[in-house]
Design a binder for this molecule. Structure first.
Ligand code: SAM
Length: 296
């Protein structure tokens, strides 16, 4: 039962021909699709999608049936060439993934890249994405986030990535599969320490949605508290490193940087601090910015 003004707004949508529309679709709850997305899907000549069975079912939910083209991880560039020919003939093409926003840990980016390189028009039609959905419910500080997505499955590569992230002040956002969630939380605790705050978002927008927030030291117990918690889809958010944490217990480094920052611009203070302490420039630069931001 749509309100008449919404129906009118939908019928007035401009949906130009010869355009690739990149459309976000639900990550669980089928009602999380925009009216504009439905209008564009309805107007599309063809829908390029990750898995034709899933997309046929999704479109059917909304009473739509469209010709589909499979565009998955292994054929994106070839499919892009076919889509470019169709766009040049003036067709409207919708690009969707199985769930959420195409190109976010999903196929789509290579198609968009090729289509743009060919000089064709690309229009985003925003919709859900697990990263932003989880972030919005985290309450972690609003000073940027770093979307990491899936960590490498190999342990050594995983630790390497985590090590490169441990001094980041931005909130870190990970995707993880259920069979790796426990090992992942252990690795996060080992690398970031037990006191860091974490939010685990499970089955977002679905019947058994859970969002739990605590410290990394508590996360293992929460996960083990109910066998159902190991099931489903996960987003894990880790609060960024605070200044004190990044500086560790090295009060001397902090003291030196603080004195230099009183009378020098950041870049000069960092250059001198590198010579005095022997620490890495990037590391000290990040610390200096954080110290300034927090008034230390
Ligand atoms: N393109 C999607 C997006 O925009 O979020 C992501 C696709 S990626 C292949 C699938 C991963 O996203 C899952 O393994 C999980 O980490 C996360 N995810 C997707 N839907 C989710 C949901 N409803 N709840 C929690 N995490 C979800």
């Amino acid at each position: 039962m749509l309100l008449q003004p919404l129906m009118d707004a939908m019928s007035r949508q401009q949906i130009p021909e010869a355009t690739l529309y990149v459309i976000g679709t639900p990550i669980g709850n089928i009602c999380d699709i925009s009216l504009r997305a439905l209008a564009v899907l309805d107007a599309a000549d063809v829908v390029a999608c990750e898995d034709t069975r899933n997309t046929r079912a999704l479109l059917g939910t909304y009473g739509l049936a469209k010709p589909l083209v499979a565009a998955h991880q292994h054929n994106e560039r070839e499919v892009a060439q076919q889509l470019i020919v169709r766009l040049q003939k003036g067709e409207r093409i919708a690009l969707v993934s199985d769930a959420g926003t195409p190109g976010v840990s999903d196929p789509g980016a290579r198609i968009v890249d090729s289509v743009r390189e060919a000089g064709c028009h690309v229009v985003p039609v925003p919709g859900p994405s697990a990263v932003v959905t989880a972030l919005s419910a985290s309450g972690f500080p609003d000073d940027g986030f770093r979307f990491v997505g899936f960590l490498p499955t190999k342990n050594s590569q995983r630790l390497e990535v985590l090590n490169s992230l441990k001094d980041q002040s931005a909130t870190l956002v990970f995707y993880e599969a259920p069979h790796r969630i426990k090992a992942m939380l252990d690795a996060l605790t080992g690398m970031f320490g037990p006191a860091r705050r974490v939010m685990i978002a499970r089955e977002l927008t679905k019947l058994f949605e859970e969002t739990w927030r605590g410290t990394l030291s508590e996360a293992g117990d929460w996960l083990a508290g109910d066998s159902n918690r190991m099931r489903g889809e996960f987003v894990v958010l880790v609060e960024g490193a605070g200044v004190d944490e990044v500086l560790g217990n090295d009060e001397e480094v902090k003291r030196i940087l603080g004195i230099l920052l009183e009378s020098l611009p950041v870049s000069s203070a960092v250059a001198v601090a590198v010579r005095i302490t022997g620490q890495k420039k990037n590391h000290l630069y990040n610390l200096a910015l954080q110290m300034k931001a927090s008034g230390q």
